[in-house]
Ligand binder design. Structure first.
Ligand code: SPQ
Length: 430
């Protein structure tokens, strides 16, 4: 177990941070280039544990993938080029890997088994296995296919018209990946629009995905083939979030965040920061492999509490732990609702954040679908744990920037899942 100690940043945080590659887009770049025909070169790839798990799984299926310091080269041989893995596919801590792979494996001609770590063993899989079974997929697992290990025997699939009860990019993507191998058309509808990296990247690989964001609907036709192409992965706004929050709440701070993905399905945190009165400048806007990217300047200012819910939630779901920390420092109360999905992440992020923040002096209460945070509360030093949840670990670390005595974060190695080098970067900016 690794422990990190974060001390007060009396002079604020200042400097430039180049944001590491987007985790969601990095996963998809490996999956899609593996089933495409031809060679794809991926730059800006996030070498976090989760994305390395996706690479390891695809290699087990016979895909040749070469890694150098700044490029990943994938030699795709088409969907038919995938081979039956000899051993269980280990997804580590990655929900994205297991959910998207289950969809992709459903339409193969072979047998495979997926499992991961203790956290993956608790995360619900029926949200993807249920619709996939409706398409004809032969899937099993504990609790009738809800829990790992998950076995998939590849089979003939038929397109479906599926209305998902949750706004989830993992559900949508798993069904679309199966839809590529199914006969007929596959339609996925969701209550509000989740991140659309799968749709954008499939389009970039030559597959026509029809999107109607007003209806929350996407459509793909079976049989479409992917053509290899080079991919530039933008920086992850979910990683930038920790520095956005750090600068907003630590007096004397001003940070320049370079290379931040600003896909509108992910920028809920920017909307919230603006509503709270943050000082943000977004500039140098450009597009990389169909994804909007920009640089952001963020400067300390006194913020006010806000209410977060509804369609905003899928656009900032992974940033809620960091927003909860920020809300302790705003004037007034912040209410986060409609976020029950937080309960099925790497940990139950409502309970973990509420319990851990309370030990640091925060006035925060859990609700059924979110939390209520009283602002203007001084944070205290103390010992907390990430509970093996990368976003919890990084969010709690930010509290140490303000507390008079240090915040000690146990199980700090969890951050390697999405942001290797996070603590070094945080210490460098003081
Ligand atoms: O991959 P994993 O473990 O599910 O990662 C998380 C995270 O915090 O990094 C969630 F725990 O991000 C998900 C995100 O919450 C990544 C993701 C994707 O790449 O498609 C989509 C979201 O999950 P969901 O369940 O809403 O589809």
């Amino acid at each position: 177990m690794t422990t990190e100690t974060v001390k007060k940043a009396a002079n604020g945080l200042n400097g430039t941070v180049t944001i590491p590659g987007d985790k969601s887009i990095s996963h998809r770049s490996i999956l899609f280039s593996s089933i495409a025909k031809g060679t794809s070169r991926i730059s800006g790839f996030l070498k976090g544990q989760d994305c390395l798990s996706t690479i390891a799984c695809m290699k087990q299926m016979g895909v040749k993938i070469e890694e150098t310091d700044d490029t990943i080269t994938v030699y795709g041989r088409g969907f038919e080029g995938l081979q039956e893995p000899e051993r269980v596919l280990d997804v580590g801590n990655s929900g994205t890997t297991i959910r998207l792979l289950t969809g992709l494996l459903s339409g193969t001609s072979f047998y495979s088994v997926l499992e991961g770590d203790d956290s993956i063993a608790k995360r619900p899989m029926s949200r993807v296995t249920k619709p996939l079974k409706e398409m004809g997929a032969l899937i099993d697992g504990r609790e009738e296919g809800n829990l790992t290990p998950i076995s998939v025997r590849g089979s003939e699939l038929t397109g479906i018209d599926y209305t998902s009860p949750v706004a989830s990019a993992q559900v949508k993507s798993a069904i679309l990946l199966a839809g590529l191998r199914a006969s007929g058309v596959t339609v996925v509808r969701e209550p509000s629009v989740s991140r659309d990296h799968t749709e954008r990247m499939l389009n970039a690989f030559g597959v026509h995905v029809e999107q109607d964001p007003h209806k929350g609907e996407v459509k793909v036709e079976g049989g479409a083939e992917l053509t290899a192409r080079d991919v530039e992965v933008p920086g992850d706004i979910s990683s930038a979030a920790f520095f956005l929050v750090a600068a907003c709440m630590t007096p004397n701070s001003s940070l320049e965040l370079k290379n931040v993905g600003i896909n509108p399905t992910r920028t809920g945190i920017l909307d919230v920061l603006e509503a709270m009165g943050a000082s943000l400048e977004i500039y140098n806007e450009r597009t990389e492999t169909g994804e909007p990217v920009a640089d952001i300047r963020v400067t300390y200012s006194q913020l006010k509490g806000t209410e977060i819910g509804g369609e905003l939630i899928p656009r900032l779901i992974d940033e809620i732990p960091a927003i909860a920390v920020l809300a302790t420092q705003a004037n007034g109360t912040t209410v986060i609702k409609d976020a029950a999905e937080l309960k099925v992440k790497e940990t139950n992020r409502i309970d973990t954040m509420v319990n851990q923040l309370k030990t640091l002096g925060a006035q925060i209460e859990a609700t059924d679908d979110g939390m209520i945070i009283q602002g203007g509360t001084p944070l205290l030093g103390g010992r907390v744990s990430s509970f093996h949840d990368h976003r919890v670990g990084m969010s709690l670390a930010l509290c140490g920037l303000l507390s008079d005595t240090p915040v000690v974060v146990d199980e700090a190695e969890a951050v390697d899942v999405s942001y290797p080098g996070f603590f070094q970067e945080l210490y460098r900016l003081k």
